[in-house]
Structure formats: structure tokens, C-alpha cells
Ligand binder design. Structure first.
Ligand code: HXC
Ligand code: NAP
Length: 298
């Protein structure tokens, strides 16, 4: 039987983390009002962190903050902020720092959609690059400057994608932007690591969210094809990514710096292996025909 870790519990219902793993942490999750950002925010909060979420839509943020706080009992606040706007970011961080400095930042806010690249207007290209590449860089540098000035230890986690490394047709601005965020992560891990700031990234495979699915999965056929590519034959559960993020934000991952951790059920490796697709095409008879004659099946 395959045992899978769901709801943060192990195969025998044991908790994955001690309940106070993130006590004393204060973490900003950009785009924390929806999807994976919200799931991470809730998990950090369950594990004792004070959480701040930001995004453009105040009503979405306000509802998420109230709902998370209701479940976890921890302090959750929100700031309506467009990460593309450096002045708005500074204002948000000033407001956050007035109470207490952040100990961590999760660059999760993103924009993306599928399109043939030749159909993209300059504004369409910028719309993705500005949120993902520029937004992540602005917020990271603004936080970093504060941490460095105050001599504080901190951790930055960026949510990228597996195709940041390989590239991907039909989501080219996103692939370009996520590759840039990966480069920022690795560069600053070296530049700032010695001054107490760790930077890492998570590269998720498909984790269904309304935001991603309405822009990237046009119909059920595509949805099925997406799952079929994954060796584990299933999409990711939010709690699986949220637990990985919690570990990377915690002090227990203190020696991990500048890394990109893939969580995709093996999807990107399957795409890379030259013969990996054979599992989808070969029947028992096909395999039997490939064995040398007179060799019994083992
Ligand atoms: C072609 C498009 C388009 C589309 C928008 N544009 N959608 N072009 N195909 N599907 C063009 C518009 O026509 C316009 O160009 C330009 O992009 C800007 O559009 P706006 O709507 O004005 O932009 P804005 O309001 O800034 O919104 C940004 C956005 C939007 C990225 C376009 O979708 C958004 O707000 N997304 C946020 C949430 C999100 O994308 N979540 C998914 C993340 S999932 P013109 O020239 O006409 O003015 C993810 C997962 C990856 O990253 C991996 C999954 C497995
Ligand atoms: P989502 O729910 O659409 O999340 C995107 C969030 O970013 C939204 O809350 C959105 O809120 C916010 N945002 C967008 N533009 C912003 C801006 N300019 N300023 C501030 N906030 C902004 O999608 P998701 O699937 O959870 O994606 C979360 C992250 O995971 C993204 O980085 C995505 O690339 C990554 N990822 C997702 C998958 C997946 O399968 N879901 C796979 C790989 C990587 P507002 O619209 O209110 O601003």
C-alpha cells in the first residue's frame, strides 16, 4: 500500500513537525490571499508564526486573513500592495517593521497564462515579467536592505517552477521570469549568506489552484494529460508543498542555502529521460518481444 503524507500527518497520524516549529517567526507571503500562498500562510500560522499576507485585492486578503486566524488562533495581518510598485513595497515594509521586523519572506505572487509566444504583445510580456521578476526582486532587496542594516538573520523562499530550469513552450515570459528569480536566489545566497540571510526556492510541479488552472488548463483533456505526465500519477497536495516551505523557513534548514528544491512527483525527470515515455507506449507483448529468445521472464 502506498502511504502518503496528507494534512501534515504521517502514515500513523503522527505530526510532521513540532507544533511550535515557527514560533517567534514573522513571515510575509506575497500573493498569500489565494492558492498556494494562502496554504503556506495557513501552515506557517498553524506552526506558530505571525503571518502577513499581501496582494492587490483587499477583499480577498481580508477574508483569507480572518479565515486563517480563525483556524490557527495566531495573528494574521494583510497589506494591500502591488509588488510591481517599489514605493508601495517600501510603504508596506515600513508599516510591517513599525510593529516588528520580518524574519522571513516568501516570494509567491505571480502572473502567468498560456499563449503562443508570437501572439504576445509587449504589455502581455511585461505583465508577467513585472510581477514575477521585478516584483520578487523589489521585495527581496527592500527586505534584505533592512535585515542587513539591522544585522538580522532571515530567510527568503521563492516559489519558482520546474520549467525555470528547462524552459517551456507557451509560457515563455513565466519561464524567463522564474529563471531570473532562480538566478537571484543563487546569487544572493552567496552575497548575503555570510551575513545571516539564506535564500532558497521551491520548484513545484502541478498543484491545482483556481488562479493557475483558469489561466493554464483550458479543458479537461489538458488537465488529464498534465497528470498523465507525472510518474506518481497524481497532482500535488497543498499540504505537501506547505510542509516543505515550513521546513525551509524554519531554523532546522539552517544549512540549506541557494538551493532549488523540486516537488513534482518526478514530472520533470520523466520529461528529460530520453526513453522515459516508453512506459506509456509499451504493452506486455512489446516488452516480451524485446527480450532475447530463450530467456525466461524474471
Ligand atoms: C494573451 C494576454 C492574456 C492571455 C492577458 N494578456 N492575458 N495575452 N493571452 N491569456 C495581455 C493583455 O491583453 C494585455 O496586453 C496584457 O496582457 C496585460 O493584461 P492585463 O489584464 O491588463 O494585466 P494585469 O491586470 O496586470 O494582470 C496580469 C495577468 C493576470 C498576469 C495578465 O492574469 C493576473 O493578474 N494574474 C495573477 C494571477 C495568476 O496569473 N496566477 C497564476 C499563477 S500560476 P494588451 O497589449 O492587450 O494591453 C503559475 C504556475 C506555473 O505561475 C506552473 C503551473 C503548473
Ligand atoms: P494564484 O492563486 O493565482 O496566486 C497568485 C497570487 O499572486 C494571487 O494571490 C495574486 O493576488 C497575487 N498577485 C498577482 N499579481 C500581484 C501583484 N502585482 N502584487 C501582489 N500580488 C500579486 O496561483 P497559485 O497557483 O497559487 O500560484 C502561487 C505560486 O506558485 C506562483 O508563484 C506560481 O508561479 C507558483 N507555482 C504554482 C504552480 C501550480 O501548479 N499552482 C506550479 C508551479 C509554480 P491578487 O490578484 O489579489 O494580486
Amino acid at each position: 500500500m502506498i502511504k502518503v503524507v496528507f494534512l501534515g500527518l504521517g502514515p500513523n497520524n503522527e505530526p510532521m513537525f513540532q507544533k511550535d516549529l515557527l514560533n517567534g517567526h514573522k513571515i510575509l507571503v506575497t500573493g498569500g490571499g489565494t492558492g498556494l500562498g494562502r496554504s503556506m500562510a495557513q501552515r506557517f500560522s498553524e506552526l506558530g508564526a505571525e503571518v502577513v499576507i499581501c496582494g492587490r485585492r483587499e477583499d480577498v486578503l481580508s477574508q483569507a486573513a480572518v479565515e486563517i486566524q480563525k483556524v490557527t488562533g495566531q495573528k494574521v495581518t494583510f497589506v494591500s500592495c502591488d509588488v510591481r510598485d517599489p514605493e508601495a513595497n517600501e510603504k508596506m515594509l515600513d508599516q510591517i517593521w513599525t510593529e516588528a521586523p520580518l524574519t522571513g519572506l516568501v516570494n509567491n505572487a505571480a502572473g502567468n497564462f498560456i499563449s503562443r509566444t508570437e501572439d504576445l504583445s509587449p504589455r502581455a510580456i511585461d505583465s508577467v515579467l513585472n510581477i514575477v521578476l521585478h516584483g520578487s526582486a523589489y521585495v527581496t532587496v527592500s527586505c534584505g536592505r533592512r535585515w542587513l542594516k539591522q544585522g538580522r538573520r532571515a530567510s527568503v523562499l521563492s516559489i519558482v517552477t520546474t520549467y525555470a530550469e528547462t524552459g517551456s513552450a507557451f509560457v515563455v515570459p513565466s519561464a524567463m521570469a522564474k529563471a531570473g528569480v532562480t538566478a537571484m536566489t543563487k546569487s544572493l545566497a552567496v552575497e548575503w549568506g555570510g551575513r545571516g540571510i539564506r535564500l532558497n526556492a521551491i520548484a513545484p510541479g502541478p498543484f491545482p489552484t483556481p488562479g493557475a488552472w483558469e489561466r493554464l488548463v483550458p479543458n479537461e483533456k489538458v488537465g488529464k494529460a498534465l497528470v498523465n505526465r507525472i510518474p506518481l500519477k497524481r497532482v500535488g497536495e497543498h499540504i505537501e508543498l506547505a510542509n516543505l516551505a515550513s521546513f525551509l523557513m524554519s531554523d532546522f534548514s539552517g544549512y540549506i542555502n541557494g538551493d532549488v528544491i523540486t516537488i513534482d512527483g518526478g514530472e520533470c525527470l520523466k520529461g528529460a529521460g530520453q526513453f522515459s515515455f516508453l512506459g506509456d507506449f509499451m504493452s506486455e507483448a512489446d516488452w516480451a518481444a524485446m527480450r532475447p529468445p530463450n530467456k525466461s521472464k524474471t
